[in-house]
Design a protein around this ligand. Sequence first.
Ligand code: C5P
Length: 401
Amino acid sequence: MLKGKHIVLGITGGIAAYKSATLIRLLVKRGAEVQVVITPSGKEFITPVTLSALTGKPVICDFFTANTGQWNSHVDIGLWADAMVIAPATACTIGKMANGIADNMLVTTYLSAKAPVFVAPAMDLDMMAHPSTTRNIETLRSYGNHIIEPASGELASHLIGKGRMEEPEKIVEVLEQFFATDKPLAGKKVLLTAGPTYERIDPVRFIGNFSTGKMGYALADAAARMGAEVTLISGPVAIKPNERTVEVVNVESACQMRDAAVEHFPGSDIAIMCAAVADYAPADPHDHKIKRETDEIPTIRLVKNPDIAATLGQMKREGQTLVGFALETDNGKANAERKIRSKNLDMIVLNSLSDPGAGFGTDTNIVTMIQPDGESKTLPLMQKTEVAREIMQAITEIHKS
Ligand code: C5P
């Protein structure tokens, strides 16, 4: 898939730059042509000699080659690229890219590039968590750049947390997936629900849950990469899809989510119910903030929310595939199997809150995919993005049969 592809590899000044050599080896092995553009501080971490020996091309760092005066055209490099990969991407370079600060060859090339851009951040956990970095990464996402999320683990500082550049093997996998000509869901419409729902008590309070939407958004991205036209009905979350083609319909409550799902389901081939829908909503939400002026403790009367998956299960026609999720704390498999039948699902994905690394807010998950005939497959602990790909592949197989 990468054979003959022109990859511009941007290297910045982070310790993870040592991994660039492996990344180049892997890309070249797959038949890609690699042109390195490095920042001045990148050269402090890995030498141009190593990089040019591996790519077979001179490394570009400056606007001019000092001894010949030859101009390095960032426009030409940007146009040559089939993909630009910035790995490692430091907080500094990410900030410059987000704000168009073109004071080096790498950022200038980035601004000229017409090709898809992949950014693999690498930094210390506190830098990674800083609102400035978060905002800049979100800005890059909004430009349509693909963020290859850093992994959690031991960092150069010996602190443990999120910020390790993703391994070169993973970066290559992301690129291979992107260039895969095989789009098994081309022409298919996929509907997803994701995130929590908020049920209003009064204008400032709600009943909700800890769902962050990560699994649903990863599934939406995976489906889009497989060629599907994706509609993602999302409860309130702080994330965005990576794939620009994913259409997001924002909702707040279970009833709004049900209305949007019922509207979109008839035109969908596959529907995946990933949302953590609140089971109950306040029966009489107040128009004004409930005040704490008396000693009387208020009682909130609840009513049952609609079951969106079961509603779609009843609407389901021949040829449509409906998939649900089940988050269980105990009796996982038995409960999941019961839900397959009661909601008329074609598959249920069970994740257990008791497994370390699985559930709300984590970047990883452990899931078991269960089909109506009892056939089940448990995946090992993996990044949610990988879990999403495996699940989408399984759903594609079920939809075909
Ligand atoms: O019944 P339970 O909440 O465990 O079922 C989980 C599955 O049903 C998930 O796929 C979830 O998105 C879906 N669901 C729904 N509407 C509800 C409750 C759950 O779509 N009100």
